[in-house]
Design a protein around this ligand. Sequence first.
Ligand code: PBG
Ligand code: ZN
Length: 322
Amino acid sequence: MTDFPLFRGRRLRRGEPLRSLVRETRLVPEQLLLPLFVEPGEGRRTAIASMPGVDRTSVDEALGDAREAKELGIGGVLLFGIPERKDEVGSEAWAADGTVQRAVRAIKAEIPGLLVVTDVCLCEYTSHGHCGVVEGEEVLNDPTLDLLARAAVSHAKAGADIVAPSDMMDGRVGVIRDALDDAGFLELPIMSYAAKYASAFYGPFREAAQSAPAFGDRRGYQMDPANAEEALREAFADLEEGADIILVKPALAYLDVIRMVKDETGAPVAAFHVSGEYAAIMAAIERGWLDERAMTEALLSIRRAGADVVISYWAREFARRS
Ligand code: PBG
Ligand code: ZN
């Protein structure tokens, strides 16, 4: 008997398959959602400068991306739509033949088995770029709810598998749930952006979705980055209103929030590794300052923090390497 430490952590780190046997966390492609930006037109594919590897495409091109996602075993796609024309209230958000609605119908028809999740918000559709109805410089909560519900129902009618409201208006999950139920979509899940922070990490997304606010910012409705406990109140409120999956966004800068929401609610939790978080790592990879393992490590940390679902622009690259 020696007095040398009995615990030798290195025993289990010596190589495969030992390391795999005792690995605590796994990230598999089925747990990933790939965001797709869909625009009007045909045969269109525009690279997003600040998001290497991400394009904005027309519906026909999006089909190819979605097919590839399915072949790689990715769980689903998360659709963001760019309208033909923007207006004050974002009316194309609920147009039966809107960009997202056409994309949903096409993907569901051509690629069965791939989950199609739709972003429900107005900011891509409004001329002012805010997530709700605007009066002066004010984004109005209650008048926005019905418009969001109309958008959600139109996505459901097009065949969406999950709707994901990302606007942060109070009470919208309940109103959307009621509208879906009234329209006969009782079994359609809602993935609610319950804790969505007023983050500096959304910049590249706003280039991709052409949704930067024309005046002011989103601090009047998105959460203060300093608040974690408030995320719990948001999560419980959304669950009470009928949310099925609770989303935290961004992800990397809010790993504590993911863990807290998971532990306290026990609900399925999704986390969005957002555009700026993706762009920062990609920029460093392009300069040779980091290598791709940094991205894998970041996504794994989101799972380890407690997320069941990870939304990632790198989903296809991840799946290719799995
Ligand atoms: C807005 C919305 C945003 C994102 C998704 N939906 C950000 C915003 O402009 O507030 C960000 C996603 C990303 O940055 O990858 N409803
Ligand atoms: Zn929005």
